[in-house]
Each structure stands twice: as C-alpha cells, then as structure tokens.
Design a protein around this ligand. Structure first.
Ligand SMILES: Nc1nc2c(ncn2[C@@H]2O[C@H](COP(=O)(O)OP(=O)(O)OP(=O)(O)O)[C@@H](O)[C@H]2O)c(=O)[nH]1
Length: 327
C-alpha cells in the first residue's frame, strides 16, 4: 500500500497536533505498556517518549493507583466504552506540578481523565488511550468559591465582637436541642447570664472599654465549657449557654463556677483594671415545657430573679436547693 503525498502531509499535521495539544495522551497496550506518550506528557513528567516506550506504566510510575486504574481500563476494554473520572473524585492521576500562572499556588495539577478504547479495523480492542485534561484553573476557582462560601456561612453565624454564635445561630441551636430532648429525653440545661451594672462600666470608662469587658467575658465562657456546649451572645451584655447532657445540678455547678471565675477575674483595658460580676439564670428542660421559647423564658426569669435578689448570683428553675457557695 502506497501513501499519497497528500496523506503524508495530513499524517505529518496530525503528529504535530498530537505533540503540541494541551491534553496528555497516553496509549497503552493490554499489558499496560506505553505505546504513545505525547508532548504534554513529556513536558509535565520530564520523561521522553523514547524513555517510556514499551515500558510498563506501573513500573514507570509506582505511585499510580494501580488496582483502581487497572479495573477502569479493563472495564473500558471489556465493554468497549469510554470511562471518565473527575478531579473532584480523584484530584489527579499523575502527580504533575502546577504550571498555571494564575493558580500557581495549587500544590499540583488537577486532572480530569477520559479512557477510550482504541478499536482495530476488525473491531478488536488491543489498546486504550488515556486523555488527561489540566483542569487546575477550574478546580482552584471552585475550591476558592467553596472556601469563601463556608467562611461566609461561618461569618453569618458568628457575633463580630465575641466570635461566639450570634443570636440567630444560637437560637437555632436552642431549637435543635429542644427537638432532640423531645425525641430522646436526655437532660439538657440552659444558662442565661448578664453583666451586672454594665451601664455604669460603659458610662464610667467608655464604650471601647465596655467592649473589652464583653470580649473578656466571652473568652472566659469559652474557656470554661466543653466543646459540645453552645455559648452564644444573645444581645448587648447578655449571653446564653446551652448545656447538652447536663441536668439542673450539673448546670448549677457550671453556672456557679463561671460566676466565681468572673468575680475573681480582672480585665485590663486602656491602662485600667476593671472587675465585674454577672447574674445567671439556669433552666433545665422538662416534659412540661411546651416550646423552646418557654425554656428560654424560664432561664430569663431566673436571671431576673438573680438580678432582683442582689446580682452576682445564680438562680435555678426548677429551684435547686443546694447550699450557697462562698466566694
Ligand atoms: N460597650 C458595649 N456596651 C453595650 C453593648 N451592647 C449593649 N451595651 C450597653 O449595655 C448596657 C446595658 O445596660 P442595662 O440594660 O441598664 O443593664 P445593666 O447596667 O447591666 O444593669 P443590670 O443588668 O440590671 O445589672 C447599656 O448601657 C448598653 O448601651 C456593646 O456591644 N458594647
């Protein structure tokens, strides 16, 4: 069979394109030996096509996911159909460096891959072609978007001043815990606390110092709790703490310990040393509480009872008759 000059030209173009196309092309035989390795693969792997020709792909790249890739290739051959894998499932097949100028900070090239069966004129499949697409730009923008969305989600749930849950997010947790109690009946308690005479602190020292006191209280609350508890800033100088798996006695102990820690703490702000106290109301959830808002009201009522009784103290509902703790 003779090849015309025209055919020879077309063939030359094809080879040229194969070498310069921005897609990785690898042809493997049925024993996974490399039959073709284009310019893209040479550039990114640092291995020339002569060096890899007829060599087993898995000997050349022992880090490849051998069992997975063999299974994929074998399915392509058996079913005579294409297979596709996305960077979202497997970020890359070959660990190539990232050469993109804009997304140059990505640790590696993200790749999509298609495996195609290569049929002979008689229809038999004796080779497959792996086509690797560099999708680093797409992957990086998607990952950046997901990160920004999750940061936005977090921000929308966080109180600016204290970095605790904001009121909306905290009330969401309160409703969730209420529903959990209705379903499983495990003990759960709520503490509402409020800084005593905070208006005086603000008026005497100014708003920024008041803010420092609020921040101080938030970090003290955070440090005193288990990470399964939910502290939140309910309003100005009022905070709420949901304590899952905690009965009224446990909650009273936690509230009392918090009260004492706060009463003994000092805040240094603007070259001032400030002491402050808090009043706390504690309410444990009972079967008689019809709604999460009633639970909140009970804790709030207890808080105001503590304020009424002289501040810097804990009041529980239902009342818990433990001996008063001395400072
Ligand atoms: N610095 C600062 N002050 C706040 C903030 N939110 C609310 N406040 C102030 O907190 C004060 C609350 O005053 P009151 O409700 O009278 O309460 P209180 O002075 O603590 O009195 P008791 O609760 O009865 O002990 C007001 O002066 C508010 O302006 C805030 O984010 N930062």
């Amino acid at each position: 069979m003779s090849i015309s000059k025209q055919d020879a030209h077309a063939f030359h173009f094809l080879i040229d394109m194969l070498e310069s196309v921005e897609i990785g092309l690898v042809v493997l035989d049925l024993d996974y030996n490399v039959q073709l390795w284009n310019g893209f693969m040479e550039n990114h792997s640092g291995m020339t096509s002569t060096a890899v020709r007829d060599k087993n792909l898995f000997s050349l790249f022992p880090e490849l996911p051998q069992a997975w890739l063999k299974r994929k290739i074998d399915t392509v051959i058996t079913l005579n159909t294409r297979a596709f894998t996305s960077w979202e499932l497997r970020p890359y097949l070959f660990r190539f460096g990232n050469s993109r100028p804009i997304t140059g900070t990505a640790p590696h090239m993200y790749q999509n891959m298609t495996i195609s069966p290569l049929a002979r004129p008689d229809g038999s499949i004796k080779q497959v072609c792996l086509m690797l697409y560099d999708v680093t730009d797409v992957a990086c923008s998607r990952l950046a978007l997901e990160k920004a969305n999750s940061q936005l989600g977090l921000l929308s749930r966080t109180d600016n001043l204290t970095e605790l849950l904001n009121r909306g997010a905290w009330e969401g947790s309160l409703n969730d815990e209420f529903k959990r109690y209705q379903r499983y009946g495990h003990s759960v308690s709520l503490i509402m606390l409020d800084i005593d005479n905070f208006k005086i602190i603000n008026d005497q020292y100014g708003h920024p110092v008041g803010d420092d006191v609020i921040r101080h209280l938030a970090s003290l609350i955070r440090a005193s709790l288990r990470h399964t508890d939910y502290p939140g800033r309910y309003g100005g100088e009022e905070f709420g703490i949901i304590l899952p798996e905690t009965d009224i006695e446990g909650a009273r102990l936690i509230a009392e310990r918090l009260r004492q820690n706060i009463a003994h703490a000092v805040v240094s702000s603007n070259e001032l040393i400030i002491r402050y106290t808090v009043s706390l109301g504690v309410a444990s959830l009972t079967k008689e509480t019809p709604h999460a808002s009633d639970w909140l009201r009970q804790a709030d009522d207890a808080l105001y009872a503590a304020k009424h009784a002289g501040k810097n103290q804990v009041v529980c509902t239902p009342p818990f008759s433990a001996p008063a703790v001395q400072d």
